[in-house]
Structure formats: structure tokens, C-alpha cells
Design a protein around this ligand. Structure first.
Ligand SMILES: [Zn+2]
Length: 241
């Protein structure tokens, strides 16, 4: 008798365990809610990536069901479209964790800025990261100064108009890594100038952080902005001290 009912009994137990686990792994509970916690989570994920100790969180069908009706990503990542810089992989995150915007050279126009504002204002993301990377083809193309066609020309023109790039070229010449960093600094400055972000930053609800990914090692580093601005004789745009 019991033997015949055993499969049904096991099935019920499995369903019960599954529903209990679902209840205790809701994204809202696990999600980092402050800029500091969000930054720490990203850097810890990159450490796991570097150490070959990936957890692959939130990459199951259960996670798909958890977030099917609402998303609560904990960070906006603006990165280059370069295939070597996939945010969810290098930060060891999963479905519903990161709000990702990718363009060549991590360049930001109005549509991208609107996407960031949406994620911060309506989804409550406490952190925005601009992630440049070593060996960036967009910056290399800009520095090589060759002829570009179609909309690629717009990418080069956007870089040419950045005050950071102009000053670096004038003072330091074609230093690839400095130009890559300068472009990231331009991105974070642009984001911070948006009223929605500015307001939230004043209340310490949001932070905007510049980062670099090294395609040679897989390591993500936070750019020390004060040191960078000092080293390259910059002041943040609009901040004439
Ligand atoms: Zn790139």
C-alpha cells in the first residue's frame, strides 16, 4: 500500500520544499539596497570570477518565475558593447540583478541617460557604474584618427567632443589607457549632471562609480577619481575650485 503511494508522497515533499525555498529566496530580500552594499556585491562577484569560484546566482527557471512580474536590479552597469566585457558574467550575477546598458565605448546619449534615470527612479537602483575596459576598440579608433563611415563616425565624433579627451590629447598625447579612463570619467560626470541622479546623490541614495575592466586578467578596478583628476591635472567639469 505504502509502496504504491510512495512516489506521490515524494512528489508532494519535493513541491513543498520547492515552494519554501522560493519564499526564502525572493529577490527583494537578497538585493543590496545601499550604494555601498551594491558596490561590495559587484566587487565580490568579480573576485569569484577571478578565483574561478563562480556561484552562477539567479540563473535557474525558478529565478525566471521569481522575477516574472517585477524586476528589482541592484545596479545599473553602463559598459562597452565589446564581447569581452559581459557584465553578468564578470560580476557573477544572474537574471534580474543588473540593469545593463551597452554601447561601443560605453558612450551615453539621451536614450541611454533616459534608461539610467528609469532604473534609478522607477526601479530604485542604488548604484550606477560606468565600466570602461582596457584595449577598447572605440578609443583606439578615435586615437588612430582614420576615416570612418556611417554611424561609426558619430561614435568617434562623440569622443572627440569630450573635454577630457581633448585635454588628455593636448597635455599627454595619445595615451590609450588614460584616454579610456578619461572617457569613463566623462560618463560618470554626464550621469551625475542629470537632475534625477543629482537629487538622489544629495540624499546619498545613489552613487555613480567609475570602473575599468582589464581584458587581460578579468579584473575590475574602481578608478580612484580624486587621484586620477589630480594626476591628470583635471577638475570635475563645472567645479572650478
Ligand atoms: Zn570597448
Amino acid at each position: 500500500m505504502f509502496r504504491r503511494r510512495a512516489p506521490l508522497f515524494l512528489f508532494v515533499v519535493v513541491i513543498l520544499i520547492d515552494s519554501v525555498q522560493c519564499r526564502f529566496s525572493r529577490p527583494v530580500e537578497k538585493r543590496p539596497s545601499t550604494p555601498e552594499a551594491a558596490l561590495a556585491a559587484l566587487l565580490e562577484g568579480n573576485q569569484r570570477f577571478l578565483a574561478g569560484a563562480l556561484r552562477h546566482p539567479h540563473q535557474t527557471q525558478r529565478r525566471v518565475r521569481e522575477v516574472e512580474n517585477a524586476q528589482h536590479p541592484f545596479a545599473v552597469v553602463v559598459s562597452c558593447s565589446d564581447s569581452r566585457v559581459p557584465p553578468e558574467i564578470i560580476f557573477d550575477e544572474g537574471v534580474g540583478d543588473l540593469f545593463v546598458i551597452r554601447t561601443a565605448g560605453n558612450l551615453l546619449g539621451n536614450l541611454e541617460l533616459g534608461s539610467i534615470e528609469y532604473a534609478v527612479e522607477h526601479l530604485g537602483c542604488p548604484l550606477v557604474v560606468v565600466l570602461g575596459h582596457t584595449e577598447c576598440g572605440a578609443i583606439k579608433a578615435f586615437l588612430s584618427g582614420g576615416e570612418c563611415h556611417g554611424h561609426i563616425r558619430d561614435i568617434i565624433e562623440a569622443l572627440r567632443q569630450e573635454k577630457e579627451e581633448q585635454q588628455i590629447l593636448q597635455r599627454e598625447g595619445k595615451n590609450l589607457n588614460t584616454c579610456i579612463e578619461g572617457n569613463v570619467i566623462h560618463g560618470v560626470t554626464q550621469i551625475r549632471q542629470q537632475p534625477v541622479i543629482m537629487e538622489k546623490m544629495k540624499r546619498k541614495e545613489v552613487n555613480v562609480v567609475p570602473m575599468i575592466y582589464d581584458v587581460h586578467t578579468g579584473k575590475v578596478s574602481v578608478i580612484n577619481e580624486t587621484a586620477w583628476l589630480e594626476a591628470h591635472a583635471f577638475l570635475p567639469i563645472g567645479d572650478k575650485k
